[in-house]
Each structure stands twice: as C-alpha cells, then as structure tokens.
Design a protein around this ligand. Structure first.
Ligand code: PHB
Length: 395
C-alpha cells in the first residue's frame, strides 16, 4: 500500500527533478503541445480592415493543412494594436511575456512594427511581418528570427517612376502621411522617378491618420503637375480617392500610387478610383489558376473579396507551414526552422516568390489600372524587385 507520506515524498522528488531540469523535455512538450500563435494586428482605426484580411488569409492557409503546424494543433492569441506606435512594445509583450506565444504575426503599421521588432530581437521569439514595410527591419536591424512576407515600403514605388515617365508624366507632386511608411515609399519614388527623367515639383504631407486633404488638394490644383503620386492605405486611401475626384483634379491630373491606394477600398471609393494607376506585388485580376482558386476559396469562406493584405496573411501561413513541417512541429529547433524558411519558394496567389538573404520577398511588381472596381493588370512594371537590404548583417 502506498502511504500518503510516500506520495508526498515522490511528488517532492518530481518537483525537485523538474526544477533541476531533469524532466524538462517531457514536461515542456506536455505543456506546449499546441503551437501558440499571436496575432498583433489593427482591429480598429483606419487599418482595421487590413488586420482582418491578414488574419483571414493566415487562418485559410492553416485550414488547408487541417488547421495544424508540423502535426501540432494551434492555439491563437489576439491583441488589437490600434495602429498606435506608442503602445507597440507593451502590446508585443502582452503576447510574448503574458501569452508565451511561439510565433508573433504582426503587424500593418511601420511605427508599431518597431515596437514588435524590439521585443522580437530582445526575446528571440519568431516574428513574421505580414505587412509593415519599415526598411530597417530587413536592413540594418535584420535578424535571424524576423521574416517579412510582404514588401519594403520602397519596393512598390521603385517600380513606379519609370511607368509614369513612360506615359509622358514628367512633372509630379508627391503626397503622403508623414510617418515611416510614407517617407520610405517616397524614397523609392524619388529614386525611380528622377532616374527616369521626372521632376518632383513638391512633396506634401499630413500627420497619420489625418484625412483633412482639402488644403493640400487646393495646393495641388495651383501647382498644375502632370501627375500626383502618393502613399495612402485603408480608410484614409478611400477618402483620398474620393476627395481628389470631388475636387475635380482627376480631369487633368493622372493619379498614381503605391498600390495600397487601391487595395480593399474599391467599393468604398466607387467611380472616384477609375483610371488610377498603381504598382504592387499583387492584383485581383492575375489570370492564374493559383490566384483564381485562392480568390474563390477566400470568398466562399469569408464572404468577402480578398486583397493584397489577405494574400500577405495567407503567404505568412504558407511560410510558417514550410518551416514547421521541416522540423516536424519542433519550433525550438531554430536552426533548421529558419533554414527551411530562408530557402522556401512560396507558391503565392501573387506569383512565386523567394526570400532574400535579409528575409524579405524578392518579387515582381505589376502595373495596375482600376477599371470597374477592379485592379486590372496592365503588365509587369519590374521583375524580381529586391530591396537593397542596406546594412543587413545576419548574425
Ligand atoms: C506601413 O505602415 O508600413 C504600411 C501600412 C499600410 C500599408 C502599407 C504599409 O498598406
């Protein structure tokens, strides 16, 4: 017969062994048999729809695998980052320290991403960036545990300048929100537009996420450029398209943008978006079996049309699946996990892409034109665009 005293003694021995690390492998597996995935995304504010599309896309990729990662069940945790950079670190820590996530998927806003990036670099948690294009994350502060599945802010605009000059639009005004994404989109625009022989007449801006465009539109009217190029996204982009049109500017001035301008907003913008030209790594209208199947499945599942954000979320899922399968679900095997993700070719609805050494997609940029509430593909503006990854030393 086992006495109460023996049970107590045995339990004490087990606790002792555990705290000295002897039983840790079994206990760790038992405790964490589900992979813990944290979404840190905007679910309120001007980027709310973008966050939802990313989460939908990510879940869709996992559901295609029976909802598992490397054979393990998945448990989700969520934080609304409100696109508020001031709360970036605190919100990332809620997922990393409180919820002990294995993987942090986030976010949309470049300023908030810097908070996630600090927490990822300090903690070593696997960080997957499904949108925010802030340069430094895959340039001077690139990290082995940080992978981006979207773009750098200057990638789409690096393909924009030549397309504008090719259409005879040699005098342009630039307008954006004054924060990292707008500034860095300008960097790509300035480089490509001036190299092609274009002149930037004026650079205009307003604080994020303001949408009081009137005074700036009046200034554009008086400057009389051939074209306006811009970076706006989400709810703010829909408002900019409507205000630009309502001010009568679309009659004489061709509007161009980094493609986010016309993503997920074509219903809200209506005819105001017709004829707008943008460069982007995706188009609804890509005529491939892969894209058509993706769009059909997404629409059936979520009763909504997918956009570039949904694709980026989906590709984030595809990348993690590749990594998790390679290590049979053991995400603590970081060397093999990262190697599999670095070497992955992602069979995306946008077309196949590979990871650069700095962990950012190398991808084609399409030139698109809005027609009947769709981003029609006019052609490939630039093939295999890679970010320069300036200052990245992976180590
Ligand atoms: C960003 O802040 O990096 C950002 C936000 C929205 C976009 C693209 C980039 O559509």
């Amino acid at each position: 017969m086992t006495t109460r005293r023996e049970i107590l003694t045995r339990s004490a021995a087990v606790i002792g062994a555990a705290s000295s690390g002897l039983l840790l492998p079994q206990m760790a597996m038992a405790q964490s048999d589900k992979v813990r995935v944290g979404f840190m995304l905007p679910y309120t504010g001007t980027f709310a729809q973008l966050g939802v599309a990313i989460e939908n896309g990510f879940r869709m990729a996992l559901n295609e695998q029976g909802g598992k990662l490397g054979g393990r069940e998945v448990e989700f945790f969520k934080v609304d980052d409100e696109s508020n950079p001031a709360k970036g670190i605190e919100n990332a820590n809620r997922l990393v320290q409180r919820d002990k996530v294995d993987v942090l998927v986030g976010t949309v806003h470049s300023g908030v991403q810097m908070g996630i990036h600090k927490v990822a670099r300090d903690s070593g948690v696997l960080s997957l960036i499904p949108n925010a294009g802030v340069h430094v994350a895959t340039r001077a502060q690139c990290s082995p545990n940080v992978f981006r599945t979207s773009f750098t802010n200057s990638q789409p605009t690096l393909a924009l300048g030549k397309a504008m000059v090719d259409r005879g639009h040699k005098k342009a005004v630039w307008i954006t929100w004054n924060y990292a994404a707008g500034e860095e989109a300008f960097e790509g625009f300035e480089q490509s537009y001036t190299a092609a022989g274009g002149t930037i007449v004026k650079k205009l801006g307003l604080p994020f996420p303001n949408v009081e465009f009137q005074a700036l539109l009046t200034e554009i009217a008086s400057l009389k450029p051939d074209a306006v190029a811009c970076f706006f996204a989400g709810g703010g982009a829909a408002k900019f398209l409507r205000d630009f049109h309502a001010a009568g500017l679309s009659k004489n001035i061709q509007l161009y943008g980094s493609g986010f301008l016309t993503e997920g907003v074509l219903e809200a913008a209506g005819p105001a978006a017709d004829g707008v030209l943008t460069t982007m790594h995706y188009s609804d209208a890509l005529d491939t079996p892969r894209n058509k199947k993706f769009r059909l499945d997404y629409a059936k599942t979520f009763k909504a049309q997918p956009d570039v954000y949904a694709v980026q979320g989906y590709d984030t899922g595809l990348l993690l699946i590749k990594g998790a399968n390679a290590v049979k679900g053991d995400l603590s095997n970081k060397k093999a996990l990262y190697a599999a993700m670095e070497g992955a070719t992602i069979d995306s609805p946008r077309g196949q892409w590979t990871m650069s050494k700095a962990h950012n997609p190398i991808q084609d940029m399409y030139l698109r034109k809005v027609e009947n509430k769709e981003n029609k593909v006019i052609g490939i503006a630039q093939k295999a665009v890679a970010d320069p990854a300036t200052g990245c030393r992976m180590g």
